[in-house]
Ligand binder design. Structure first.
Ligand code: CTP
Length: 422
């Protein structure tokens, strides 16, 4: 797999990624994480803790990374490994991080190779915690996490779900792909602060579908990935996130986000209006069906019958949800300070560029931020990557270089954050 921001196998700029693994049951998921980074062309070194080797053997980590593995500062002493690994790393990703390891890192300890490497490092450090809910919520752990965040370490929010035994709650390790994609966003230099606690974010995602009869519908190619990536980054910023999802692929729901499922444009409008009432940030990332059939048949429409002329369907226009949300905000039905974000899916033509069309749409919709995407020819819809421009009322358009939808989401939300701070 070739990703725009990855260095690529064999490249002179192969990134050096240190993957730290602490001693928790989720240690086996680190194997998928190692794979993910090596498949992106990164040079991966694994540093487990002694306890991690109770769960996964050193041989597995060595085979997956192609490098020897050690846990102690007393191996490869001639190479001063306890200093060199951390110094040379482009990023350290620790997954899973147990409560004990987080405490040692917060305490500035250097009592094994992993903690020593983290203490030496000046590169981005991303930590994905995994532990029982009680341990995660314990003030000792929360203080340690706050200490690390204050020092610039990125500590991910753990997922909610099944833990080691039969219990469920917050403390699960996020999916390895989610950790890897999030880490790449940070490594690419995009800021994802943990500064939206207490803020409510509502995001529409995916495509709406308009029924024609019990078996047919009008739809579009939207996968929902951009909306879900926005939800993921907003949740990692500490926000309370609700996704109003039309038709989406079987995408994993970002940890901490609630999902309201809808089908038609009018369903989506009703849910967006209700969920946005007290929101601080409202984002219309959904690909909304602009028209719907004038009537929906109760039974399957049959070819060639007089009452079901499939060749000449009558359509009626759907409401514009985004425009309606801006009007509701401006008339006081929503939080008057809410920041509203829209998208523009444009192809451009001989006379008008994608950016020009997007600027016209921005003026028409009245939202505060608009992400302009060039679509068509396999671009954006259903793809893992995106690109375009971020338009704002208070700043010039900013080019968004091709990147993963998480990377694009981080840039959109940082633009929103700058407006929030004003
Ligand atoms: N949108 C909406 N309600 C609609 C259509 C679109 O809220 N009925 C929102 C989309 O979620 C997006 C923005 O408006 O945030 C622009 O959507 P887009 O499909 O690019 O444009 P349209 O408004 O449909 O205009 P056109 O099809 O003419 O380009």
């Amino acid at each position: 797999m070739n990703h725009p921001e990855s260095a690529g196998a064999g490249s002179a700029q192969r990134r050096r990624i240190l993957i730290g693994v602490a001693g928790g049951i989720a240690a086996y998921k680190a194997c998928h994480l190692i794979r993910d980074f090596t498949e992106h062309g990164d040079d991966v070194r694994v540093i487990p803790t002694e306890a991690a080797l109770n769960f996964v053997g050193a041989a597995t980590f060595e085979a997956l990374s192609g490098h020897p593995v050690s846990t102690t500062v007393f191996d490869a002493v001639d190479e001063v490994q306890h200093v060199s690994l951390g110094q040379q790393a482009d990023a350290i990703v620790i997954a899973p991080a147990t409560a004990d390891l987080i405490a040692r890192l917060a305490g500035g300890r250097a009592d094994d190779l992993l903690s020593a490497s983290a203490l030496v490092a000046t590169c981005p450090v991303i930590i994905a915690p995994a532990m029982h809910t009680e341990m995660w919520l314990n003030p000792a752990t929360q203080d340690n996490v706050a200490t690390l965040r204050r020092r610039g370490v990125t500590v991910m929010e753990p997922a909610h779900g099944r833990l080691t035994g039969t219990d469920t709650g917050a403390g699960r390790l996020p999916d390895p792909e989610q950790i890897a994609e999030f880490a790449r966003t940070i490594i690419a230099g995009h800021r994802v602060g943990h500064d939206w606690q207490g803020r409510k974010v509502v995001i529409s995602a995916g495509g709406t579908q308009e029924n024609l009869d019990p078996v047919r519908y009008f739809g579009n190619r939207s996968s929902g990935r951009q909306g879900f990536a926005l939800a993921e980054i907003a949740a990692q910023r500490g926000a309370d996130v609700t996704i109003v999802a039309g038709n989406t692929e079987a995408l994993p729901v970002p940890s901490g986000a609630a999902v309201v499922r809808v089908t038609s444009t009018r369903d989506m409008q009703e849910a967006m209006n209700a969920e946005s009432a007290d929101a601080d940030i409202v984002i219309m990332a959904a690909a909304v069906a602009d028209y719907r059939p004038a009537s929906v048949a109760d039974s399957k429409m049959k070819k060639g019958t007089a009452d079901a002329d499939l060749a000449h369907l009558e359509l009626v226009e759907n409401p514009d949800i985004l425009k309606g949300l801006v009007e509701r905000r401006d008339s006081g039905s929503l939080n008057p300070d809410a920041i509203i974000v829209g998208f523009a899916a444009e192809t451009g033509d001989e006379t008008t560029t994608v950016l020009e069309y997007a600027q016209r749409k921005f003026a028409k919709k009245g939202c505060d931020v608009l992400m302009a995407n060039e679509v068509g020819e396999g671009k954006v819809f259903g793809q893992p990557t995106s690109a375009g421009w971020i338009l704002r009322r208070d700043a010039e358009p900013v080019v968004v270089e091709p990147g993963s939808k998480q990377v694009v989401a981080a840039q959109i939300l940082e633009a929103v954050n700058e407006i929030l701070k004003k």
